[in-house]
Design a protein around this ligand. Structure first.
Ligand SMILES: Cc1ncc(COP(=O)(O)O)c(C=O)c1O
Length: 433
């Protein structure tokens, strides 16, 4: 690097030295800082420039963002500033603190006094990519189950030039925790372990039972006690869509954020799936580790906002404003419950159909209990060939994975059509055997 490390980055690193954060930061993460440039000066001016504020690269008239009527008319409930002004780099402060409260409400055993202030990113994908920039170096290994969201490959392998190591997700109908532990030990790089936990999982639709969630936490605690430094990234994209009584209904983040000094837990969540606003492109990144101070969380958040500033600059302001207004409405939870319930109904309908076909000689359902999806394993034959046949001959679209699995997104098919779709799926698979 030309000219050595920036002094602001050095200051942040000094604050973080001796913590798990510093031990896990990538080279890029170590170099990252939030500049005292336009954004910082302009937010200082927002507080103190009582006469004229000539800092912001926006068109302002009488203290408000200029707006075209063609745009304003479509945002009738938002002020022009809420609709079109730049959002702060780390997100609207009120939304961040409300989201933190929401994390506490939805995860009652988490201690929200011990976690960072959530930072707004442009969707969970972007959150994962930002965190990977800060913590994953070329040559690192990220441990994931053998059923994982394919986009991790682009982020971790192609962008960060690290690699993914897979462990067998299931054993005897539940999580293969011993396999997970072994994969982490085998893939530790200089004592550093990175893993991504995604529950409810894409593509299987599996979430741990209460017992399994605690067993995962205990296993990670054991590794931390042995001296491994662990970055545990929780991809909570489908959080809340839990359908069975014995499922652990909090994020695993609740169990990890205050567990051990050698575990840095990162919760990546957001409204894209949870609140049915996929195209809003909003997500949140929240950190938790035992014994970190507020100052250290702030230093880490400065690095994260530096990473945001240098990539997307900031996330969508109108989307944040709309979400903030929606979350504050008294009927929001009831409205959301209605949509969640409709997905739950589809789950139970699908579960019945799958159970009725449990003895199929062609397709075996993998464990599923939550989220948007379920997957079948092909007992024989090619999943890709089945996918093509279903698509071209039957007009049914499903996803094939590794030529061995078929993923069904029942989130996107009406309940009344599930029976027909599944019966064609089984019949076609049988015909092709
Ligand atoms: C497991 C998982 N994580 C993250 C995402 C991306 O979420 P977002 O739309 O908020 O970027 C998806 C979307 O398909 C997903 O399945």
């Amino acid at each position: 690097m030309l000219g050595g490390m920036n002094t602001l980055a050095k200051e942040l690193n000094d604050q973080l030295q001796g913590t798990i954060i510093y031990d896990l930061l990538s080279d890029l993460g170590k170099r990252m800082y939030f500049p005292k440039g336009i954004v910082a000066q302009s937010s200082e001016a927002k507080q103190h420039a009582s006469r004229y504020n000539a800092t912001i690269g926006m068109a302002v008239s009488q203290g408000k963002a200029m707006i075209l009527p063609a745009i304003a008319e479509q945002f009738s409930e938002l002020s022009s500033t809420e609709a079109v002004a730049y959002a702060p780099t780390g997100g609207i402060a009120e939304l961040r603190s409300l989201w933190k409260k929401e994390i506490g409400r939805k995860n009652p055993t988490a201690d929200c006094t011990k976690i960072s202030e959530p930072v707004v990113v442009s969707g969970l994908t972007n959150g994962i990519a930002q965190v990977a920039d800060l913590f994953v170096d070329r040559g690192d290994v990220v441990v994931v189950p053998d059923m994982f969201w394919g986009n991790y490959r682009l982020i971790i392998e192609e962008k960060r030039e690290a690699s993914l190591a897979e462990f067998p997700f299931f054993e005897a109908g539940g999580l293969h925790i011993a396999g997970f532990r072994q994969a982490m030990i085998d893939n530790a790089v200089n004592g550093k372990i990175v893993t991504i936990l995604n529950f409810p999982n894409n593509p299987t639709g599996y979430s741990p039972t209460v017992e399994e969630a605690h067993a995962v936490a205990k296993m990670l605690q054991g590794l931390a006690e042995e001296g491994y430094k662990i970055l545990a990234i929780m991809d909570d994209a489908y959080f809340g869509l839990f359908y069975e009584k014995d499922t652990y209904r909090e994020s695993v983040f609740s169990l990890l954020h205050n567990l051990h000094e050698n575990i840095l837990a990162v919760k990546i969540d957001g409204p894209t799936k949870e609140h049915f606003v996929w195209g809003f492109r909003l997500g949140f990144v929240t950190f938790g580790s035992k014994s970190l101070t507020t100052q250290q969380y702030e230093a880490l958040n400065k690095k994260l906002t530096g990473a945001i500033r240098s990539s997307i600059s900031s996330s969508s302001q109108p989307a944040q404003s709309l979400l903030l207004h929606a979350l504050k409405r008294s009927d929001f939870e009831a409205e959301k419950a209605r949509l969640d319930d409709s997905l739950e109904k589809r789950y139970f309908t699908l579960k019945k159909i799958v159970e009725a076909n449990a003895n199929s000689s062609v397709l075996k359902a993998l464990p599923f209990n939550s989220g948007y999806f379920m997957s079948f394993e092909m007992i024989s034959g090619s999943a890709e060939a089945l996918r093509k046949e279903l698509l071209m001959k039957e007009g049914i679209g499903v996803i094939s994975i590794k030529d061995r699995y078929i993923r069904v997104a029942y989130s996107s098919v009406d309940e009344k059509d599930l029976n027909d779709m599944l019966s064609v799926l089984f019949k076609t698979a049988e015909k092709m055997r």
